[in-house]
Design a protein around this ligand. Structure first.
Ligand code: CA
Ligand code: CA
Ligand code: CA
Length: 1022
């Protein structure tokens, strides 16, 4: 618990004081001329007031919600977005996750795409006329008000008699990982009649069959869609199956060659632009890597004049007289830009742009490979082939040859259908039986008439079909409301390591029935968490939004939960693997919300597959490589996972390896003086080459954690050794690394000129101290140094506008733009800027910002901490960036899970599960505070109220169970308790307690177990 923390009681008053201090400080310190980050951040009174106001739920309307992509699938079950207008997007649930880029490209404003056709619409029948209004941005006024895990979109239009509210979420119940990891999204759609007349209404829902979405162009198979009634539910069931072998009557007809590009020119094909030239290429073109795989001597090759030129090459119309079109393709892989397209009748036949009914791209490889389109459903149609090059960058060209019509596909299939990664099933289930869907579709006409309503259809995977379901009509009286429940579920088990969900379900239908059978509990517990976290809290609503938004990373491609039970994570979606020890060093959310997942990563990776028994090395990507920060962090995580356990089982099982892990770091230290002096690879993807407090503080905190764990394990000798090294390290760090304002790195730049920070101010210089606070391990450096160093990080590294500094010092990757606030990784406020200094020095990472902000809260710098979080909120305003997708190397970067460390700091949360100890010391509004908390087996809400004479603490359990043996709270300065009373359902009794500084620690005479609905009240009287 923090001992010297200043409370923000009168925020505005303190804000004024802060200005004065800053001002005088600024006058004393001589700053380097190029350090253009202002010492005085000029936070206005109204800014501070706004940041600390409780406030309302955040709502974004229309275009302001354009970038929203809120993950609404289950934990580690893929990545499905709810977009700002309530439509679904991204759809990465088919075991393919796409790396979005390395910063320069992925911090951009865009609306997430939707490759799968789906939606809901309101059906109304008035004067025998049936109409459908889609729930999307065209509805009228559309508001997004989602707070993870529950998406919420409201629709209204002046002239439309029905108002709609849609909730979309996957069950999310802290401490119940399995029910939070369902490949499912629930929808609650509430229709309200806002007119003065009764209206016959209902809902139309539709979903394309996307099974084999990625493999489809290369396989000969069928999609099958059935509408089935089971348990009173109407369900659209999408699957895929093998195409039947040809019958005797279907013996292949001779192949028809469409083009072999062997002639002196393109013949009757028409070329536009420059990329195709006037005739086929004779092979490899100038400055091109060798082109191979084509037939004869000619082919289409648009590397004419390099990647720059554009153009098209279009065939004359021909009749599709066979079941397949085969061709050879190589070159670039850019959809719609380096492609070959099949056009039908020059107009839209399918819901794809410009009459394109089939398309294919290369694989960024010059070698041409065989490829085919299944066009059996298009037989007899008039068609054209168009080859497109509208790309100019790398791989901005396409190679094509030998286009043929045939009755057999010409490609080795990528594998058995049932083994393909995107083979599986998908279901859209409605809680009630269907209306006359076909009648509705035909009455509406247009787009709706194209939807399928047949009970059982099969069609080639190359085609697309969207199936619809209408609810039974219902008469709504004026003012009356009706809620419909839908479940969208999926089951794609062919993932390399398997999915945990596949241990429990064999199909999407099984998932749908499970979700709907248990709907009341799953939805009820999810809403209870939302209520406890957002509604029943005194913390600012926007801050709760921000700190919980990153938890959505769990329901993205970043996170996997394997069939073996092991939790595994990328750094960001699709890049940098291995639950990397140093990136995940920052992540607190998973451990506090679903501790079993983090325990599995410790036991199965860090102390399992990635552990080196002979040395104690924890391979930082479950490999043979050492990262100094990750190695120390593994010990801290192990202690945290122990604290979040119900008993000592985890610690007992893993202690020998935890101890070896720490001994590995002690060996790096070399002489037990508590300083690691050797080469230290770390999260900046470089090595620090001398003692520093970035790795050093993690090392000292790990020694303290080691000491505590050793004591619990009865290993007093090791506990003493840890203590001794820890004490030496703390003392030497101040002697050797303290520059008067902050901690520096003792490095010989002559020997190690690159990637060091030397006299710089590193934002993460107290990383281990922040960890120590999270785990209740106390100060590892003297409190006054810690506080001053954090003040320096704020003064020197946080810019209200990153623009001026980044104009002079361009970051390697941009995660913030001019005009936006941010905390720089490292600056050199008083010494020459090191152009070759620590990598990523000029960048802004949300994970570091939360790490620093959380630590600031523990040290009483609440206003600065909240301002840093406000900066993140400003950058991730949905008018600019998806607020649920904090980016680093890839989307949904795991380091952002650090936000939970800010949350626990705000509550002054301390917990030791096996000891049954729980404590709080709220850092904001301690006179009237309330917030959600999680423990090993249950969660609930904590509140504290003070008046002059008494302090009331209330712990109410809402889910699971909570075993308690001791409690700790903080009283105001000069508050001397005279009596402490504990009240439970069993009655009231006086408690034994100790008071140290402002900390009241209470030991319970009898261990207590709370169950949902039960509470305990502690009254501290002076
Ligand atoms: Ca040829
Ligand atoms: Ca080109
Ligand atoms: Ca040493």
């Amino acid at each position: 618990m923090r001992k010297y923390r200043t409370f923000i009681i009168a925020v505005v008053y303190l804000a004024c004081c802060a200005f004065i201090t800053v001002h005088t400080w600024a006058e004393k310190i001589k700053l380097r001329a190029g350090h253009v980050i202002p010492i005085d951040k000029k936070l206005s009174r109204s800014d501070v007031k706004r940041m600390f106001q409780r406030g309302e739920r955040l709502v974004w309307a229309d275009e302001d919600a354009n970038t929203v992509g809120m993950p609404v699938g289950g934990i580690a079950a893929g990545q499905l977005y709810l977009r700002g207008d309530g439509t679904l997007g991204l759809w990465q649930i088919f075991n393919k996750h796409i790396f979005s880029g390395y910063g320069a490209t992925n911090y951009r404003t865009y609306k997430p795409e939707s490759p799968v056709d789906s939606g809901f619409g309101v059906v109304i029948k008035q004067d025998d006329k049936i109409t459908v209004r889609k729930l999307d941005h065209n509805f009228g006024k559309v508001e997004f008000a989602g707070e993870y895990p529950i998406g919420l979109v409201r629709y209204g239009a002046k002239e439309f008699p029905i108002k709609v509210e849609m909730e979309a979420f996957s069950p999310f119940i802290p401490l119940n990982a399995k029910d939070s990891a369902l490949p499912a999204t629930l929808f609650h759609i509430t229709l309200e009649n806002t007119s003065s007349q009764s209206i016959q209404t209902g809902i139309l829902a539709w979903l394309e069959n996307p099974v084999c979405i990625d493999s489809a162009p290369g396989i000969h198979a069928l999609r099958r869609t059935r509408i089935v009634g089971e348990k009173g539910r109407a369900m659209i069931v999408h699957t895929a199956e093998k195409a039947p072998p040809p019958t005797a009557a279907e013996q292949p007809r001779p192949t028809v060659a469409l083009a072999d590009f062997e002639g002196p020119d393109y013949g009757d094909w028409k070329a536009t632009g420059e990329a195709f030239g006037k005739k086929p290429a004779g092979g490899t073109l100038a400055n091109q890597n060798p082109v191979s795989g084509f037939l004869g001597k000619g082919l289409v090759n648009t590397f004419l004049g390099g990647d720059g030129p554009h153009g098209t090459l279009t065939s004359p119309a021909f009749e599709i007289s066979r079941k397949f079109i085969n061709f050879l393709i190589g070159g670039g892989s850019q959809q719609r830009q380096t492609c070959i397209n099949l056009l039908i009748d020059g107009k839209r036949r399918q819901p794809s742009p410009g009459g394109v009914v089939r398309t294919a791209v290369g694989k960024d490889n010059e070698k041409l490979e065989s490829y085919f389109w299944d066009v059996s459903e298009l037989e007899g149609k008039s068609a054209q082939i168009q080859i497109v090059d509208s790309a100019s960058g790398g791989w901005g060209h396409i190679n094509i040859d030998q286009i043929e019509l045939a009755d057999a596909p010409q490609q080795t299939p990528p594998g058995e259908l049932e083994d393909l990664p995107d083979y599986g099933s998908m279901v859209l289930a409605c809680g009630s039986g269907p209306w006359q869907t076909r009648t509705v579709l035909d009455a509406v006409g247009g787009w709706a008439a194209q939807l399928n309503a047949e009970n059982d259809v099969t069609f080639p995977v190359g085609g697309s079909k969207t199936t619809a379901l209408a609810t039974q009509p219902l008469k709504l009286a004026p003012g009356q409301k009706q809620t419909y429940t839908y479940a969208l579920t999926w089951h794609f088990p062919n993932f390399k390591q398997g999915h945990e969900y596949a241990n429990r379900f064999n199909s999407a239908s099984e998932v749908a029935h499970y979700v709907l059978d248990n709907h009341e509990r799953l939805a009820g517990d999810t809403k209870k968490w939302h209520q406890t976290f957002y509604e029943d809290s005194t913390l600012p609503r926007w801050l709760l939004f921000r700190l919980h938004s990153t938890v959505a990373n769990l329901a993205t491609g970043t996170c996997q939960w394997w069939k073996s039970g092991r939790f595994w994570g990328w750094e960001g979606v699709g890049c940098c693997e291995g639950t990397c020890t140093h990136v995940w060093n920052y992540a607190h959310a998973v451990a506090r919300l679903f501790p079993e997942l983090e325990r599995s990563a410790r036991e199965m990776q860090d102390f399992g597959e990635g552990f080196h028994e002979d040395t104690g090395l924890v391979g930082f990507r479950s490999d043979n490589n050492y990262a100094a920060d990750g190695q120390c962090g593994t010990v801290l995580k192990a202690y945290r996972e122990h604290l979040m356990s119900a008993d000592s089982g985890f610690l007992k099982r893993n202690w020998p390896r935890i101890k070896k892990t720490l001994e590995f770091s002690i060996k790096q230290d070399g002489n037990d003086d508590g300083l690691i002096e050797n080469s230290q690879h770390n999260t900046f993807d470089i090595n620090f080459e001398g003692p520093n407090t970035f790795v050093g503080s993690l090392y000292l905190a790990a020694l303290r954690a080691g000491e505590e764990m050793a004591k619990e394990m009865g290993d007093d000798e090791f506990a003493k050794r840890c203590r001794k090294i820890f004490e030496s390290g703390g003392k030497l760090s101040v002697e050797r690394l303290w520059d008067g304002e902050y901690f520096i790195e003792a490095v010989d730049l002559a020997k190690h000129p690159k990637f060091q920070y030397e006299k710089g101010c590193l934002s993460d210089q107290l990383f281990g101290q922040g960890w120590a606070e999270q785990l209740g391990l106390g100060y590892i450096y003297p409190a006054e140094n810690v506080k001053q160093a954090l003040q320096s990080v704020w003064r020197y590294n946080w810019a209200p506008d990153i623009g001026p500094y980044n104009a002079d010092y361009k970051p390697e990757r941009w995660f913030a733009r001019e005009g936006e606030p941010g905390l720089f990784t490292c600056t050199w406020p008083k010494s020459p800027y090191l152009p070759d200094g620590v990598r990523y020095k000029d960048e802004v990472w949300t994970g570091i910002e939360y790490q620093v902000a959380g630590h600031m809260v523990w040290e009483g710098m609440v206003e600065e901490a909240v301002a840093i979080c406000d900066g993140v909120q400003k950058r991730y305003d949905p008018a600019k960036h998806n607020p649920f997708n904090e980016i680093e190397c890839g989307d949904h970067y795991a380091r952002a899970f650090a936000s939970w460390g800010v949350y626990t700091a705000l509550a002054g949360y301390e917990y030791h599960g096996p000891k049954g100890h729980l404590g709080f010391a709220p850092a904001v509004t301690p006179d009237d505070f309330r917030a959600a908390f999680t423990a090993a087996e249950g969660w609930g809400t904590f509140s504290q109220k003070r008046n002059g004479k008494t302090q009331h603490e209330q712990i109410e359990l809402r889910w699971g169970r909570l075993a308690l043996k001791s409690l700790a709270f903080e009283v105001p300065e000069n508050f001397k308790p005279a009596q402490v009373t504990l009240t439970t359902a069993g009655g009231s009794s006086k408690c034994d307690y100790t008071l140290k500084d402002r900390r009241v620690e209470i030991s319970l005479k009898d261990a207590l177990v709370l169950t949902p609905g039960q509470m305990l009240v502690v009254t501290i009287q002076r």
